[in-house]
Ligand binder design. Structure first.
Ligand code: AR6
Length: 172
């Protein structure tokens, strides 16, 4: 069975799925962009769980992922993954971005979550080229071996530029 991948243009904090993914930073202290929106709408419980994770394991390395409650969000959980900062392409950025998607999907399966929504990790403040990031996201999700266990994988684009790139790649 193929993974059911769906594309929408939306604010990920409004999406009602088992888990939404956050494009976080390694300090796990919150930030701007989608991270800021998730913490603002999710409420303080997410930050409290961040602090517990920081106390246990430090922060979260680039390419890795951790999970918290969704608290006040429609989503039950949030997986926070740290995308690579684009530094020209020779600093393992592509592999690290792939790791973000793989590790988030793994963590969702470990927690028995079957619907997941991803933002376009690293394509905002971290400046990863959008076209390449979209190719990596789609390929990694399609190639994820246990992908058929997901009822739905939602690709959530906030900006129209990303939405049109994803649409073109998915339709090709
Ligand atoms: N819903 C869905 N997507 C969104 C939303 C939203 N509400 N808001 C922005 N995006 P960014 P990064 C899109 O900058 O590049 C934070 O400060 C946005 O259009 O949020 O991984 C963290 O703490 C873009 O396509 O994340 C880190 O320090 C995508 O989300 C740093 O930014 C990612 O943009 C991470 O940078």
């Amino acid at each position: 069975m193929k993974t059911n991948i769906q594309l929408i243009q939306a604010d990920i904090t409004t999406i009602d799925v088992d888990v939404i993914v956050n494009a976080a930073n390694s300090s796990l202290l919150g930030g701007g962009g989608v991270d800021g929106a998730i913490h603002y709408k999710g409420g303080k419980t997410i930050l409290d769980e961040y602090i517990a994770i920081r106390n246990k394991q430090g922060g979260c390395a680039t390419g890795e992922a951790v999970i918290t409650t969704g608290s006040n969000l429609p989503a039950k959980y949030v997986i926070h993954t740290v995308g690579p900062v684009w530094q020209g392409g020779n600093k393992n950025e592509a592999q690290l971005l792939e790791d973000c998607y793989t590790n988030s999907l793994r963590l969702a399966i470990e927690n028995k979550l079957s619907s997941i929504a991803f933002p376009n990790i690293s394509t905002g403040i971290y400046r990863f080229p959008k076209e390449q990031a979209a190719m990596i996201a789609i390929q990694t999700i399609k190639n994820f071996p246990e992908g058929h266990q997901f009822e739905k994988v939602l690709l959530v684009c906030f900006d129209e530029e990303n939405f049109l790139i994803y649409k073109r790649i998915l339709e090709a």
